[in-house]
Design a protein around this ligand. Structure first.
Ligand code: ZN
Ligand code: ZN
Length: 349
């Protein structure tokens, strides 16, 4: 592969490149799709958002690295979100590449593709009602369900993966050592990928980490509920996230190659910052829960990047899910308890 001059492409050395693939109308800006050279051909870590401009950016970026979409040997997906898995179907169509994903996220993909539309609306109405959402918020969902409308969710046509990613095992990549590390939290089947090879610039530490959305240099990933209508298990995604973040901090990698923003070193310092951020957030929530609140009321009072009144409809659903994830954690830690019914409120203990 040749010397790269495309400003959207960064050569990280040792047969690793990143390509900025834009996410239209999204403040995140772009996904960093990583290209890993193997003896069997180029392998991608994530693919980017499914949009013609994103596809063009991916193809142009691959060309700048001296390859093309039809030459891709395999696709490793960190998690099922559409800014990571969106273009996988197109890459497979162009190249016949395999697509690998952790089973917990593969089952989200299967569910999203096959679920009847009313199922999703029913689930959202039920869940938001239980969280204490007001009638004016529920109205549009109920109207859409009763009109038999199909939800417009990204991922309805996402590719079904054809390989499992087994936690703790090396992926079958000829000539490379890439180990999967299961890091649930942001999604139930999120994985980080540890490239267990010496750093090309000999930076101190143990290899490099493709961290997906799990560990990012300047932002923290959304941690909500896992949203599985068929699963009655009371999961604790924030607890999962904190555990898997500590795990990643202990790896001692030389450099982190995240799926957004930019590559960085000193993963343990960033892990400590994020852990402190969540600890602070939990402490703030406990103060709010001095009086019993529904998750909706809690979300209204929590601090977001803008006032609640300016948070749009869809983002409010995400905010409530995040509030619930934090309440779950507090309940699991024995620092909060549920009181009453219809809807349940929570208070600090
Ligand atoms: Zn994500
Ligand atoms: Zn992402």
């Amino acid at each position: 592969m040749t010397q790269v001059t495309d400003p959207q492409v960064t050569e990280h050395g040792g047969g690793v490149w990143s390509i900025k693939v834009p996410i239209p109308d999204n403040p995140l800006g772009f996904t960093l799709v990583h290209l890993l050279d193997t003896d069997a051909g180029p392998v991608l870590v994530d693919t980017g958002w499914d949009d013609p401009t994103s596809w063009d950016a991916l193809a142009t970026g691959l060309a700048a690295c001296g390859t093309s979409p039809d030459a891709v040997h395999g696709v490793v997906i960190t998690h099922h979100h559409p800014d990571h898995h969106g273009l996988s179907a197109k890459v497979r169509e162009a190249s016949g590449a395999w697509i690998a994903m952790h089973e917990a996220d593969a089952s989200v993909v299967r569910r999203t593709r096959s679920g009847p539309p009313a199922r999703w609306f029913d689930y959202m109405v039920e869940k938001l009602t239980a969280a204490g959402a007001p009638a004016d918020h529920l109205g549009p969902l109920i109207a859409a369900r009763d009109a038999g409308r199909a939800p417009r969710l990204p991922g309805m046509a996402a590719a079904l993966p054809d390989r499992d990613i087994t936690p703790g095992e090396l992926l079958e990549l000829p000539g490379r050592r890439l180990r999967a590390i299961w890091t649930p939290g942001h999604t139930p089947g999120h994985v980080c990928l540890h490239l267990e090879e010496e750093h090309p610039a000999r930076l101190p530490g143990h290899g490099r980490l493709f961290s997906g959305d799990h560990l990012l240099p300047g932002i923290t990933p959304h941690i909500g509920l896992y949203e599985d209508p068929d699963d009655e298990t009371v999961t604790d995604p924030l607890g999962d996230y904190i555990d898997s973040l500590e795990r990643i901090g202990r790896l001692g990698v030389a450099e982190v190659l995240p799926a957004h923003q930019y590559a960085f070193t000193d993963a343990p310092a960033r892990v400590r910052e994020i852990l402190a951020h969540h600890e602070e957030r939990l402490t703030d929530l406990l103060a709010l829960l001095a009086e019993p609140l529904t998750p909706w009321q809690l979300a209204e009072q929590m601090e977001w990047n803008r006032p609640w009144a300016e948070i749009r409809y869809g983002s409010r659903n995400i905010a409530v899910s995040e509030a619930e994830a934090h309440v779950r954690r507090l309940v699991k830690l024995g620092r909060a308890e549920a009181v009453g019914n219809d809807p349940v409120r929570y208070r600090a203990v």
